[in-house]
Design a protein around this ligand. Sequence first.
Ligand SMILES: C[S@@+](CC[C@H](N)C(=O)[O-])C[C@H]1O[C@@H](n2cnc3c(N)ncnc32)[C@H](O)[C@@H]1O
Length: 212
Amino acid sequence: MQDYYAARAAEYDEVYSKPERQADLRRIERWLPGVLAGRSVLEVACGTGYWTQFFAPCCTRVVAVDCAPETIRIARPRVPPQKVEFIVGDAYSLPAQPELLGAGFAGFWWSHVPRARVAEFLRGFHAALEPGAPVVLLDNRFVPGSSTPISGQDAAGNTYQTRRLSDGTTHRVLKNFPSEQELRALVTPFATGLRYHEWEFFWALEYAAAAP
Ligand SMILES: C[S@@+](CC[C@H](N)C(=O)[O-])C[C@H]1O[C@@H](n2cnc3c(N)ncnc32)[C@H](O)[C@@H]1O
């Protein structure tokens, strides 16, 4: 996964050019900053900063973590430099912060978390957030004809796609498409006021971080 995203960094944003997804993207771009506005935000797996660029200007501060320096290099010039601290780090072992953050965001990260590691990720993520912090998890719905087809499934129920990069290399990438029911069951122990949003191509969970 990490090697794949490092190799894909330069062409990553092409996924945001798919014509059929534009209307959903505009809606989410308008909605998301309002949820995080005025907060200090922990963003996990920030990638090329596609989403960071929309909310960073209205947040007090953003700590944006990704394991790939290649994606962070693309993200950095997209955001106000005084507001965003980029950290090369691991989503499962988030870099310690001097204080708890006031909001959390992870875009298109959940789908890459193996089912066996979801609770581990959620524990670490929420441990870095203030109780009551607004959180948004945003990701893809599987839409035949638009999504890359599923090419396999493992014994734990994780699904995989075979993706090709412009250099001709192919990569087997874990990509899960959870149901609303599954998401609610997994996130409820960490959340209050859980709301599930659904667009044609995307889903989001919005909630307040529960006290530990
Ligand atoms: C699908 S991209 C999402 C990027 C961005 N959030 C967006 O929505 O455009 C997934 C990102 O997760 C990062 N990543 C993969 N494994 C990671 C890990 N263990 N810790 C932190 N980031 C990771 C990749 O480098 C990649 O940038």
